[in-house]
Structure formats: C-alpha cells, structure tokens
Design a binder for this molecule. Structure first.
Ligand code: AP5
Length: 274
C-alpha cells in the first residue's frame, strides 16, 4: 500500500507530469539562493514573489499566509495567532520561527527560498541565522521594499485575494477580469480581515518599531538592496530583474546607521556579482 505521503503518479495527467519534469530540468542548473523580502504592509512583497519564485526556482514562504491558513483551520497555532493578527500586532517570535523551520524542509525549497514577511523582529533574524548556520548556508540578499506610508492605505483597502492560491488583486491597480472573481478558477475573492484603515495603523506601527531594525541588522551585513516600491508593479519587477553591476560595487558598504548617506541601491543578487 502506498504511504500516506506518496502520490500515485498514475493519476496525475501526462501534461502536468511533463510540465513539472521540464520545470525541474530547467531548475537543475539554477544556483541556490536565499532571499528575504522586507517592507511595510502593501509594499508589494506578495505581488513580486511569484515572479522571483519562478525565475529562480525557489519556494515562497509567507508567514502571513501560513498563519492565516492556521487560523482558518483553527489549529492550536491558529488559535494562538488569531488575536494578535486581528489587531495588526505581531504574533510571538517562537510561533513563527517554528513554522518557518518546518516549512524550509519542504522539497520545493531545495534550491533555496523567498522569505516574505519573515523575519519581522531582530530576535527572529537572530534565530534565523542560528537555524541557517546549522545547515551551513546563509541569506544571499534582503530586498527592502521602501515606500512612503501615505501610499499604503489605498493599496491595502483596495486589495482582494483568492485564499486558495494567494493570488492578489486590486480594484484600481490590478483588477480581476470579472469583479470579485479569481481570473484562474472563477472562485470568489475575499478581503482580509486586517485590511482596514484602522488595523493598517497598528500594522504600520509594528513595522516601524519592530521590523525596521531588522533592515539595519542586515545593512550591517552588507546584503540589503533597496527597491523603489512606490513605482508600478512592472517597474518594481524590472528593478528586481535589472542588471546588477552597480550593486557588486556597493555590497558591503556603510549601513544607514553608520552614517552612510541615504542611497538607493541598484538591486544585485546575481551570482556574477558575488
Ligand atoms: P502578512 O500577511 O505578512 O502581511 P503584511 O506584511 O502586512 O504584508 P501584506 O501581505 O499586507 O503586503 P504585501 O507587501 O505582500 O502587499 P501585496 O503585494 O499584497 O502579515 C499579516 C499578519 O500576520 C501580521 O500583521 C502579523 O500579525 C502576522 N505575522 C506575519 N508574519 C509574522 C512574523 N514574521 N512575525 C510575527 N507576526 C507575523 O500588495 C498590496 C496591494 O497593492 C495588492 O492589492 C496589490 O495588487 C497592490 N500592489 C502591489 N504592488 C503594487 C504597485 N507597485 N503599485 C500599485 N499597486 C500595487
């Protein structure tokens, strides 16, 4: 009898098998990469992640999505996380570090990962470093989605999501083909409970007080690339993808804390820059 974790491949359509086989062949030549996306709510981390994931064959680990799934399934973890999430506060470091540690072991993370929404406190960043050190690997680059708070309310309150896939839409900036309906499955879209102007205030407060120090933590390691996240989604994607030559010279230079004047880094995390 097949074990509960195995899949009966005879039931998988040939086209799906071939597509997955081709994807794996393409991915076999890709180097390993470990990325962190940091930015305030609505800065576009979730919007850019699928593109980065596909291009570099990484798994996308979004702590917010994982926690929402746990809340929906009413697991012990979800029950503990719900109250903080509804108020726009952070859940405890121990809870999120536990789910990330487990998630990183998935086969889809073999080539590395995108951490979206984690780490969000310096404590989480330190625990992540310890976790990675045990595996003999480290973070290659931190993408800082820099944006002014004033732009975020419109983005957050206009967002609609397809819970099953995590696909995100916006009534003005990225409308679905049919209002309220997912383009791919035709299923209804929902609004997140914390996507209100009032809860956004607490989420931004948590970002400035608890998460901005994480950016400084990584600046000191010289691995932060700052993006102009207020640009259009296409332009932000281009920034992520564009030629990285300049960053090769900038990597490792002064941090914001150490008095380096505010500079916009060209994004750079190609192997040839390392
Ligand atoms: P989480 O789910 O991580 O939410 P968040 O960080 O607040 O981020 P968002 O998902 O709101 O924003 P995003 O940057 O992904 O924006 P998106 O691309 O969708 O966390 C939720 C909660 O979980 C937290 O408050 C906390 O309680 C808990 N939690 C999670 N991780 C935790 C951790 N590590 N520790 C403790 N607690 C944790 O874009 C937003 C909208 O704008 C979309 O509609 C999109 O279409 C649109 N848009 C995107 N880019 C652009 C653009 N360039 N121009 C115009 N519109 C755009």
């Amino acid at each position: 009898m097949a074990s509960s974790s195995s899949v009966n491949l005879e039931d998988v359509p040939s086209e799906s098998l071939m597509t997955e086989l081709l994807r794996r062949m393409k991915c076999a030549t890709k180097p390993e990469k470990r990325l962190i996306l940091i930015g305030p709510p609505g800065s576009g981390k979730g919007t850019q992640s699928p593109m980065i994931k596909d291009e570099y064959c990484l798994c996308h680990l979004a702590t917010g999505d994982m926690l929402r799934a746990a809340v929906a399934a009413k697991t012990p973890l979800g029950v503990k996380a719900k109250e903080a999430m509804d108020k726009g506060e952070l859940v405890s470091d121990e809870l999120v570090v536990g789910i990330i540690d487990e998630a990183m072991k998935k086969p889809s993370c073999q080539k590395g990962f995108i951490l979206d929404g984690f780490p969000r406190t310096v404590g989480q960043a330190q625990m992540l470093d310890e976790m990675l050190e045990k595996q003999g690997v480290k973070i290659d680059k931190v993408l800082d989605f820099a944006i002014d708070d004033s732009i975020l309310e419109e983005r957050i309150t206009g967002r609609w999501i397809h819970p099953a896939s995590g696909r995100s839409y916006h009534t003005k900036f990225a409308p679905p083909k049919v209002p309220g309906v997912d383009d791919v499955t035709g299923e209804p879209l929902i609004q997140r409970k914390d996507d209100t102007a009032a809860v956004l205030k607490s989420r931004l407060d948590a970002f400035h007080k608890q998460t901005e120090p994480v950016i400084d933590y990584y600046w000191k390691k010289g691995i932060v690339a700052k993006l102009h996240a207020a640009k259009s989604p296409k332009e932000v994607t281009e920034e992520v993808q564009k030629d990285r030559t300049k960053s090769c010279q900038i990597d490792g230079q002064s941090s914001r804390e150490e008095g380096g004047k505010e500079m916009w880094l060209e994004v750079g995390w190609e192997e040839r820059c390392r």
